[in-house]
Design a protein around this ligand. Structure first.
Ligand SMILES: *[C@@H]1O[C@H](CO)[C@@H](O)[C@H](O)[C@H]1NC(C)=O
Length: 279
C-alpha cells in the first residue's frame, strides 16, 4: 500500500504538470531515450518554447470552456488567441512534449483527487487542465467542499481536481501601524506579518484529502508586491525573526518549512486509491 502512496512534493507547478502529462505515455516507454520526452525532471527547466508542429490540434482551452473566472477569460475579454506553442526539452533533440491526452489522464488518475495550491499561475494551470479533461468527460460538474476555492468532479473516472488560492503558501496578515505619527517618521504604513511555520488558512487543513498536491509560489515574492512602506516581516514561533530576513531568504525558509509540514501531513486517501487500483 505504501508503494502506491503519492508523496506530496512541492514542485514548481510547471514541472509537476509536465510530470503529470507524461503519465499516459509511461505505459509503453520507447527503448531510447530511457525516459519519454517530458518525463525527466530536467525536462521542466532545460528547453524552449517552439511553434507547435503541424498539424496543430484544435484547442482544448476555448472561449466556451466554463471554468474561467470572469476576468481571467482572455478570449472572451477580447484578447487575440496566442499562436500555439509546445515545450521542447533540451534532452529530446527537437521533439516536443505531446499534448495531454485527456481520456488517458483521467484513466491514469482514476479514483484520485488532485489539488493545485498557489497563486493565479496555479489557477491558470488548473483551468487549462480542467478545460482539457472536460473534453473527455462532458458530465464534469462543479464540486464544492469547505475550504476548496473551486473544484470539479469528473464522474467518468471518479477524479476530482480543485484549486486553493494562496500567494505565499505561509500564512500572512496585514498589521497597520497603530500610531499614525510613526508613519511620517519611517514611511512604513504597516507590515505584512508572515508566519513562516504556519501554512495559509486556504490549505492548512486540506492536505489529507488529496492524493496529489501541486504547489506553486514565487510570483508574489518581490518588492513591487510588498514595497518598503508595506514590507514582509517574517515570524517564527510567533516572534519576529532577528535579524530580519530579505524577501529571497524568507522565500527559502518558507519553502523549507512548508515542505516539512507537507511531509508530516500525508494523504489519508491511500486505502481508497488502493481499492480502485485493485478493482
Ligand atoms: C484547521 O483544523 C484545526 C483542527 O481541527 C482547527 O482548529 C483550525 O481552525 C482549522 N483551520 C482552518 C483555517 O480551517
Amino acid at each position: 500500500m505504501r508503494s502506491l502512496r503519492l508523496r506530496l512534493v512541492p514542485l514548481l507547478a510547471i514541472a509537476a504538470v509536465l510530470c503529470l502529462l507524461s503519465l499516459p505515455s509511461r505505459r509503453s516507454p520507447p527503448p531510447e531515450p530511457p525516459l519519454p520526452c517530458g518525463a525527466a525532471p530536467s525536462d521542466a527547466t532545460a528547453g524552449r518554447w517552439v511553434p507547435t508542429p503541424e498539424p496543430v490540434p484544435a484547442p482544448l482551452y476555448t472561449v466556451s470552456c466554463p471554468f474561467h473566472r470572469g476576468s481571467y477569460n482572455c478570449l472572451r475579454n477580447g484578447r487575440p488567441p496566442l499562436a500555439p506553442l509546445s515545450w521542447a526539452p533540451a534532452r529530446c533533440g527537437g521533439a516536443v512534449v505531446l499534448r495531454i491526452d485527456p481520456a488517458a489522464f483521467l484513466a491514469a488518475a482514476r479514483g484520485r483527487r488532485v489539488g493545485l495550491v498557489g497563486d493565479s499561475l496555479s489557477e491558470n494551470l488548473a483551468v487549462a487542465l480542467l478545460c482539457a479533461l472536460r473534453s473527455a468527460d462532458p458530465d464534469a460538474r462543479r464540486w464544492k467542499r469547505r475550504g476548496a476555492w473551486r473544484g470539479w468532479y469528473f464522474p467518468r473516472d471518479d477524479v476530482t481536481v480543485a484549486f486553493h488560492r494562496t500567494v505565499l503558501l505561509a500564512k500572512y496578515t496585514w498589521q497597520p501601524v497603530e500610531n499614525p505619527e510613526e508613519i511620517q517618521k519611517d514611511g512604513i504604513k504597516g507590515i505584512y506579518r508572515v508566519d513562516v511555520d504556519i501554512p495559509d488558512d486556504e490549505w492548512i487543513n486540506v492536505t489529507k484529502f488529496y492524493d496529489v498536491l501541486i504547489f506553486n509560489t514565487g510570483h508574489w515574492w518581490v518588492t513591487y508586491k510588498f514595497p518598503k512602506e508595506t514590507p514582509l516581516v517574517f515570524y517564527k514561533d510567533g516572534k519576529p525573526i532577528e535579524p530580519p530576513l530579505s524577501i529571497p531568504d524568507g522565500l527559502k525558509l518558507v519553502l523549507k518549512t512548508m515542505a516539512s509540514y507537507i511531509d508530516r501531513e500525508p494523504p489519508e486517501h491511500d486505502a481508497e486509491a488502493m481499492a480502485h487500483a485493485v478493482a
